[in-house]
Design a protein around this ligand. Structure first.
Ligand SMILES: Cc1ncc(COP(=O)(O)O)c(C=O)c1O
Length: 375
């Protein structure tokens, strides 16, 4: 069997030994009654980490964002303003509209994950009865589609000021917030200072099997608890899931910088190949995601690249791509679009995996460059 390096996403990470041990050995109770001690410990720990009053353990990032929208937008005819490349807008099935009856108004995201705040200010509705009620602004940090970019602090402060000026709450989809704080070498509390609610995921770069946490004021979390129950997210002995999340905070979060370093190495190797078909913005690699762009003028697509990386040809196993078992390497990647490929570094990719992936990627990229010449 070929050796597989799975770079599709940081969601593919498996729970560590310590996490499995904690799952089996933690104290449990019925969390719908608020009686699971491990969940309570996790919720207190995250609230403290983010400098907020309270938090709520939920099954997924998608549910966490939806609960936030439903609590903030509790009047019919409400609207959220957010970036057009945000996860809430692109990848959550329009749950805000579908489930909550909330309109999502998207403004164009800049390549750094921000958006134009003058544009947003113009879109905030007044008292015209023809219009929906602007009830929330939502942002994302680090920004997934923008390649794991970390949002500049001064922009975070500006968006929070804008929200205050218009008495609007600010929600942060911080699925990878700890990657952002690791990059900035700042406590996460600083990054969320101006936010009224934050969603943070344990099942991405933090390597835990399941779960997210929604963070905010006591009052917000009290309402969020009701909405979670209504959505079917009330879990009983949820400590089995909170336990690995606690391990993730203690043991995996401090190692995120290693993923970022490996992402830099990978990006620099690809840049250093000077290929016309595969370009990387090395300076834009802030965290664990490396976006590889194929020019629009190329006949190559990411689907072709993905397919080729999933195969092993005879020459590879005898030449440069030799693996410990001589059966070649498969690199799994994520096609963000026809021309944009995402490679993700995470806790389950060690230095040896990275070098095997680099061997395979360089071999395949050179082969495809020769087959798809660009002038
Ligand atoms: C930025 C962002 N927000 C939210 C989510 C949703 O998380 P989940 O898959 O746990 O629903 C993801 C998932 O990858 C994400 O990348």
């Amino acid at each position: 069997m070929a050796y597989i390096v799975d770079m599709r996403s940081d969601t593919v990470t498996k729970p560590t030994k310590a996490m499995k041990h904690a799952m089996v050995n933690s104290a449990l109770g019925d969390d719908v009654y608020g009686e699971d001690p491990t969940v309570i410990t996790l919720q207190k720990k995250v609230a403290t980490l983010l400098g907020k009053q309270a938090s709520l353990f939920v099954p997924s990032g998608t549910m966490s964002n939806l609960i936030a929208v439903m609590v903030h937008c509790n009047k019919r005819g409400s609207e959220v303003i957010l970036g057009n490349l945000s996860h809430i807008y692109k990848y959550e099935q329009g749950g805000a509209a579908h489930v909550a009856g909330v309109q999502l108004t998207a403004v164009p995201n800049n390549p750094d994950g921000t958006f134009d705040l003058r544009d947003v200010e113009k879109r905030i509705r007044g008292s015209d009865i023809h219009e929906p009620i602007t009830s929330l602004i939502a942002i994302e940090n680090s920004h997934n589609v923008c390649g794991g970019k970390v949002i500049p602090l001064d922009w975070l402060d500006s968006v929070s000021e804008l929200c205050k000026k218009h008495s609007l709450p600010l929600h942060l989809d911080g699925a990878r917030l700890l990657n952002a704080s690791t990059h900035l070498q700042l406590p996460p509390e600083r990054l969320v200072r101006g936010c009224d609610s934050i969603s943070l995921c344990f099942s991405k770069g933090l390597s835990a099997p399941v779960g997210s946490v929604l963070v905010g004021s006591y009052h917000f979390i009290e309402q969020a608890r009701r909405v979670r129950k209504m959505l079917g997210g009330g879990m009983r002995q949820a400590g089995v899931l909170a336990a690995p999340a606690l391990v993730a905070l203690d043991e995996v979060a401090p190692a995120l910088a290693l993923d970022h370093k490996r992402a830099q190495v990978l990006a620099k190797v690809i840049e250093g190949m000077f290929l016309k078909n595969f370009t990387v913005d090395v300076a834009g690699v802030h965290t664990n995601l490396v976006m590889v762009r194929i020019p629009e003028s190329s006949s190559l697509t990411t689907q072709l690249v993905e397919q080729r990386l999933g195969q092993v040809c005879l020459a590879e196993t005898q030449g440069d791509c030799k693996t410990p078992n001589d059966e070649g390497v498969i690199v799994k990647v994520c096609c963000f679009s026809d021309k944009l490929l995402r490679l993700t570094l995470h806790h389950d990719i060690c230095d040896e995996d990275l070098w095997l992936a680099i061997m395979k990627l360089t071999y395949v990229f050179r082969e495809l460059e020769a087959a798809h010449p660009l002038h």
